[in-house]
Design a protein. Structure first.
Lengths: 281, 217
């Protein structure tokens, strides 16, 4: 009798799980676009991942986790908007949609999600990512603007070449690996900033935090003109820098300045209470 | 009916004329219902603004006196005249400067109202002070604590779980602004310090932007 009851309970549980699982709906949308298309995806709950694909088509795969959410899409010429449309009484679970997009590599992409994560890969159009809690990952992007805003999400940029990179992170950490460009600017209140690369050849690199630590690793052949200052934090430098004439006040332990090699790129590291470390790689 | 279709007929909806399908969408869609509520609020506020900003007769009198002093309005000439009477030549050209002055007066009134009345949380505060070289203390701004409190209330009403997180972030960002301003004031010639003030304000604007984003859970 006891065994039979247990079996019944197990069966009910399996059925419930199956029903829940079957509530997931997978949808696919295809849109023809021209060069330099503008694509935006707004998704309150769930990930958005964008990769380079066909040169004239956008393929959107959306997995809807319940019938409490719909996917609205609107194409006007070369502009495409995809929006998760939350229905009444939806929650973070029932309103979740998982997006995967394949877009032309030259598309300009804007992704917004509260929870994320957000990911863009292999593009050479502009990339804009926004989300309060969303972790963000951008990789293999070149010749493009990369603009990122987050409250507490972790931002990871890998292999961004010739970029115009602007990252604003209030509390999330920011990691830049092999990121170079005419402009690389990171601003954070309490998040840590890690830069690992060679600072390119002729760009401007501004890494600023209030209380987060800043760590920049570069090879011996990096060509930089660097200033670093922490108002209340400690500053360390592993390189032998050439002194330079400037109004910047050098103070042992809290500020340093100097050049290396041909000083092609300008590097400015600034924090109020975070520790700054320019490391030899 | 989806959001796009609904938003196309938004003006009709705001006027109060809506059919059952539109009504059903409004009830089922939090985004559109929030949008309609916002528009109603703006409409109500605008009506109050109009009432408040109507200049008193004294303003018109003052404008008239000023125009007479400037010679833009002259008394009709007495005595024989070769030209037709003024009344016949009277044109409404003088109304142009009057309208211009009235417009300026109206603008001043609206501006004064804007500085006196607490702003509803419908937009982020200015990201960056107008001139960084004349950096204001955070204490001199329209009380940031009030703005923050309103923001946190708005966050709590929509998503209580994240209120503490926003409170912490605002606290940190305000500390950032204080430090940045002190640093810039200590050395007004320090270009980097001036830049950091802007960076700090951008962080504050980011917090507000995220909090007011309608995609907030």
């Amino acid at each position: 009798m006891e065994n039979r009851r247990t079996a019944q309970l197990v069966t009910v549980a399996i059925l419930a799980t199956t029903i829940c699982a079957s509530a997931e709906v997978r949808k696919e949308f295809r849109f023809a676009v021209g060069p330099g298309a503008t694509i935006s995806v707004t998704n309150q709950y769930g990930p958005i991942s964008v990769k380079a694909g066909s040169s004239n088509q956008v393929v959107v795969t959306a997995v809807l986790h319940s019938d409490k959410v719909e996917v609205d899409h609107n194409q006007s010429g070369n502009r495409l908007d995809i929006i998760s449309h939350l229905l009444f009484e939806s929650t973070a679970d029932t309103g979740r949609v998982d997006y995967e997009l394949s877009v032309p590599a030259d598309a300009n992409v804007t992704l917004r999600s509260t929870t994320g994560p957000l990911r863009a890969e292999g593009l050479h159009g502009d990339v804009v990512l926004e989300g309060s809690q969303a972790n963000m990952d951008v990789r293999d992007v070149r010749d493009a603007h990369v603009h990122i805003k987050t409250l507490n999400g972790t931002v990871t940029l890998n292999n961004i070449r010739n970029g115009h990179v602007e990252v604003a992170s209030v509390g999330g950490n920011v990691v830049l690996n092999a990121v170079s460009g005419p402009l690389v600017q990171v601003n954070s209140t309490s998040g840590q900033i890690h830069y690992n690369g060679d600072f390119g050849n002729g760009g401007e690199y501004l890494l600023t935090s209030h209380s987060g630590d800043i760590e920049a690793s570069a090879p011996n052949d990096a060509s930089i003109d660097v200033t670093a200052r922490s108002v209340r934090g400690k500053v360390e430098n592993d390189f032998l820098l050439e002194p330079k004439h400037s109004s910047f006040v050098v103070k042992a332990g809290s500020a340093f300045a100097g050049t290396m090699n041909k000083a092609a790129s300008s590097v400015r590291l600034f924090s109020f209470s975070g520790k700054i470390h320019l490391k030899k790689r | 009916m989806d959001c796009l279709e609904f938003q196309e007929i938004l003006p009709d909806v705001i006027d109060g004329s809506r059919n059952s399908e539109q009504e059903a969408h409004l009830k089922s869609c939090p985004v559109c219902s929030s949008l309609v509520a916002d528009l109603h609020l703006i409409s109500r506020e605008a009506r109050q603004l109009q009432e408040f900003a109507e200049p008193s007769p004294r303003v018109w009198n003052a404008i008239e006196l000023a125009l007479r002093r400037e010679g833009l309005i002259r008394e009709p000439q007495r005595g024989p005249a070769l030209v037709p009477p003024v009344a016949r030549r009277w044109s409404f050209g003088w109304l142009a400067p009057v309208a211009a002055v009235a417009l300026i007066a109206f603008g001043v009134l609206v501006y004064q109202r804007g500085t006196r009345v607490p702003q509803p949380i419908a937009h982020a505060p200015a990201a960056v002070p107008a001139a960084v070289t004349s950096v204001q203390s955070a204490k001199n701004l329209t009380n940031p604590n009030d703005e923050d409190r309103q923001l946190l209330e708005a966050v709590a009403s929509r998503s209580p779980a994240v209120q503490a997180e926003y409170a912490t972030n605002l606290q940190n960002v305000n500390a950032y602004i204080r430090d940045a301003e002190e640093s810039a004031q200590a050395d007004p010639n320090d270009e980097q310090a001036q830049q950091v003030v802007m960076d700090a304000y951008e962080q504050r604007a980011t917090v507000y932007q995220m909090a007011l984003d309608h995609s907030l859970p």
